[in-house]
Design a protein around this ligand. Structure first.
Ligand SMILES: Nc1nc2c(c(=O)[nH]1)N[C@H]1C(S)=C(S)[C@@H](COP(=O)(O)OP(=O)(O)OC[C@H]3O[C@@H](n4cnc5c(=O)[nH]c(N)nc54)[C@H](O)[C@@H]3O)O[C@H]1N2
Ligand SMILES: Nc1nc2c(c(=O)[nH]1)N[C@H]1C(S)=C(S)[C@@H](COP(=O)(O)OP(=O)(O)OC[C@H]3O[C@@H](n4cnc5c(=O)[nH]c(N)nc54)[C@H](O)[C@@H]3O)O[C@H]1N2
Ligand code: SF4
Ligand SMILES: [Mo]
Length: 730
């Protein structure tokens, strides 16, 4: 998709256009219903079209959801929704939705299923789980999850005595970033919503992070505002992204060499004195050692390594220095790039530290103070029966677990067999690198249960398919929201579940009961539980149900002041420019540059990213969003296209280093990408024929990601290490 300035404005407008609910920032569903004569219902709830958790207001007429709008009270939406958020109706009424529980009748992958009642399906699953746990131990039951449905199956699997739970949001997404910032600042930059004060930044530096295509609502709004008021944008990306088109400086870096640029910037910041002396003195440790370690990274060297003009390398960092501390080097989000990702994250964190951005306007705001008492109605989970395999030998693998290790153990049976998978809210066949291994692991299972809303590729391999109600049909939460302030949000149904779909809390709870784990089941209903939780938190549930969001007064403490000092939870209680924890584990305590493999002539590095109107594979069949973008294309540099004799719009295939071929896909010839890489949007190329709109549209990048490089520090899987050739269709 082409991104001119007009397009960007169109997308920015799309997130704003006609969706402003009220001029004022007040909202009450009841008041609005009364005002409109009582024929229309308004239900404030929480979006799940991606993980930004925006506040949504569903307009319901005659029992049908007719419109979704952004909640003006909710800081994540600020009265607006992105295109995907508005498109939630397309999911609710998708003709291809999962409607009834199903049990597989034919060989795996042949799409033959029969309908089952909930009782039958749940009894079947519980019976199988008991059998597997009795034979192999409870740790043979594992969970892969993403988003809110995982909560309820995490409870079930842990109650059984298994610790084998993994989320792709760590090893395929932001794990390396979180670890890098924890090592440096003792805390990540937040996972639901990065604590970046874009609204007040004078210079914003983006490494990859393609804001505007990466469409996280409030963050994109703030970015658009920053562009509007003339903040300087420096965009480091081998591709002229939407963000790059707004930038005062585009640095088309050679992919994989970001650390060379970052270390050189650290050197320049120190040598030319751009760092915040007082801040560094007061809050950091290791400055002298850092200074010495980066002295060898010169601009001349970096220019060679990164393929960027030396002048630009120097000018960009001086720009940062000039406006520091009211600047931000954005921490990024999808971080699993080349397998050396924690160290790239460390260098980014160090630059923020030197410039003193943590706790400063326009930098990283300090987390709000949340004082909500813990709430639980079930006993603590037992110790895992056997050590979980999801942390491997990676000293900094996060608590979310490493998906690829669960898969590996399922294939090898080492150190013990894994025989049942629950999959909830993740499309593993498209989400994990090296999909042939995912398939191989699945073929080793005695039971695959998938809880989903659409018949995706992974769903169509399941033994039992359990149809979840969409986010517009269920209770979930309460959610604690931490932006500049803290608040509480709610998910509640706009309408009753359609067909025989059921909320995940109910499915998980029914399985607990059938497994003899009734003490872990929900006592009555999730809504009743939410009411009890609100009471314990001192929040008026009815008010929350009416407004969708209640802020916690006095929680916001965004900037450092004399009596608001930052807390760094590192071993030294300071910002660690030199990481003592890495040193202890024999990793480089200061990031050190090591080149990554580059493509040979005639090969291109495979890069991937987001479309502003889709979320991975979860929206590609959505009528509303499908109409905006039906397939992806391969971005190919114009000079390369000429050299190869490939025309714009021509259908080609990609063949990777392991001779795996892509589906046929259209080429987009463009000046807006370097010659040594190609780019495509992730999420297309569905193999499931029952996703009738998305089936066979565009190409699947995952299919070509037949190798990945694991970060030795945290175990995340760098996926931008594959090279492809263009193959012309006969
Ligand atoms: N519309 C939409 N928005 C989303 C999502 C979605 O599915 N749809 N998903 C959300 C999620 S979960 C995540 S994690 C984020 C991900 O979004 P980001 O964190 O912004 O993702 P990146 O992987 O950094 O961004 C891809 C960009 O990196 C560039 N790039 C590739 N290789 C390199 C390199 O070696 N160096 C540099 N400097 N740049 C490189 C690509 O050209 C591309 O522009 O998006 C979130 N927002
Ligand atoms: N090649 C490649 N791989 C990637 C990425 C990439 O850019 N390229 N991005 C990585 C990143 S950053 C991330 S975060 C992950 C994302 O990985 P996933 O979260 O697995 O992404 P999706 O493909 O959107 O799959 C979501 C699944 O949840 C289902 N779903 C949607 N809503 C609900 C619901 O309410 N209940 C239930 N039970 N199911 C629901 C959808 O139908 C779909 O099957 O992928 C990672 N993997
Ligand atoms: S950013 Fe868009 S899709 Fe994501 S939660 Fe917000 S409105 Fe929904
Ligand atoms: Mo992600």
């Amino acid at each position: 998709m082409a991104f001119s300035r007009r397009d960007f404005l169109k997308y920015a407008a799309m997130s704003a256009g006609g969706t402003m609910l009220a001029e004022s920032s007040f909202f009450s569903a009841r008041a609005r219903e009364r005002k409109e004569g009582g024929k229309v219902r308004y239900v404030p709830t929480t979006c799940e079209m991606c993980f930004w958790k925006c506040g949504v207001i569903a307009k319901v007429v005659d029992g049908k959801v007719v419109k979704l709008e952004g909640n003006p009270l909710h800081p994540q939406s600020r009265g607006r929704l992105c295109g995907r958020g508005q498109g939630g109706i397309g999911l609710l009424y998708d003709r291809d939705r999962l409607k009834v529980p199903m049990i597989r009748t034919g060989p795996r992958g042949e799409n033959r299923y029969r309908q089952a009642s909930w009782d039958e399906a749940l009894d079947f699953v519980a019976g199988k789980l008991k059998e597997i746990a009795a034979k192999h131990g409870p740790e043979a039951v594992a969970l892969f999850a993403h988003g809110s449905p995982g909560t309820y199956f995490n409870n079930l699997v842990r109650a059984m005595g298994s610790g084998n739970v993994a989320y792709p949001s760590f090893s395929q997404c932001l794990g390396a970033r979180e670890v890098a910032w924890e090592l440096t600042f003792g805390q990540g930059p937040n996972s639901t919503c990065e604590r970046v004060d874009l609204a007040n930044s004078r210079v914003i530096v983006l490494f990859g992070t393609h804001l505007g295509e990466n469409m996280h609502n409030s963050q994109t709004q703030e970015f658009a505002e920053a562009v509007g008021r003339g903040a300087k944008i420096i965009c480091v990306d081998p591709r002229y992204s939407t963000a790059a088109s707004k930038a005062s400086m585009w640095l088309p870096i050679r992919p994989g060499t970001d650390l060379a640029l970052l270390l050189t910037w650290i050197n320049i910041i120190i040598k030319e004195g751009w760092y915040d002396r007082e801040y560094v003195e007061k809050y950091t440790t290791g400055f002298e050692e850092l200074k010495e370690a980066v002295a060898r990274y010169t601009p001349e060297w970096a220019a060679q390594e990164t393929d960027l003009p030396m002048r630009d390398i120097i000018e960009a960092v001086r720009e940062l220095g000039r406006y520091a501390p009211n600047v931000i080097l954005h921490p990024g989000r999808h971080f699993a790039w080349h397998g050396n990702d924690v160290q790239r994250g460390r260098a980014m964190a160090i630059i923020n530290a030197l410039l003193g951005t943590w706790g400063r306007p326009g930098g990283i705001w300090l987390p709000p103070k949340v004082n909500l008492p813990a709430f639980s109605e079930t006993p603590e989970h037992p110790e895992a029966n056997n050590d979980p395999v999801v942390f491997g030998d990676y000293p900094f693998a996060g608590g979310e677990g490493l998906t690829q290790l669960l898969r590996e153990t399922t294939i090898t049976g080492d150190p013990y067999p894994i025989k049942a998978w629950f999959v909830a809210g993740t499309n593993l066949m498209k989400t994990l690198p090296k999909p042939e291994l995912t398939r191989k692991a699945i073929d080793n299972l005695d039971l695959l249960v998938v809880v989903d809303v659409m018949p995706t590729d992974t769903v169509m391999l399941a033994d039992v398919i359990l149809p979840e109600a969409t986010y517009l049909e269920r209770h979930d939460g309460l959610f604690t929201i931490t932006t500049r302030e803290a608040g509480v949000a709610i998910r509640q149904p706009a309408i009753e579940p359609l067909y025989q779909s059921r909320p995940a809390w109910w499915i998980g709870s029914e399985l607990c009961k059938r497994m003899g784990l009734g003490q872990y089941a929900v006592k009555d209903s999730w809504e009743a539980r939410m009411r009890r939780q609100a009471k314990k938190w001192g929040i008026d549930y009815d008010e929350l149900a009416d407004t969708g969001y209640i802020s916690l007064p006095g929680s916001a403490t965004p900037y450092i002041t004399a009596d608001n000092q930052p807390v760094f939870n590192t071993p030294s209680k300071k910002i660690e420019l030199v990481s003592s924890e890495l040193e202890e584990e024999d990793f480089d305590p200061v990031p050190r540059y090591e080149p990554v493999e580059q493509p040979k002539r005639g090969e291109y590095r495979l890069l991937y990213g987001r479309s502003p109107v889709h979320t991975f594979t979860r929206t590609v069949n959505n009528q509303w969003l499908w109409e905006l973008k039906k397939e992806n294309e391969v971005w190919l540099n114009a000079d390369e296209a000429r050299r190869l004799g490939v025309r714009n719009g021509e259908i080609i295939r990609l063949e990777n280093q392991d001779r795996v071929m892509s589906e046929p896909v259209r080429v987009r010839v463009t000046e807006r990408i370097r010659r040594d890489c190609i780019f495509m949007i992730h999420g297309f190329g569905q193999d499931s024929p029952v996703m009738t709109r998305a089936y066979n549209r565009g190409a699947d990048d995952q299919n070509l990601i037949t190798r990945y490089k694991v970060d030795p520090i945290c175990g995340s899987t760098g996926m931008r290490v594959n090279f492809v050739k263009i193959v012309k269709e006969a």
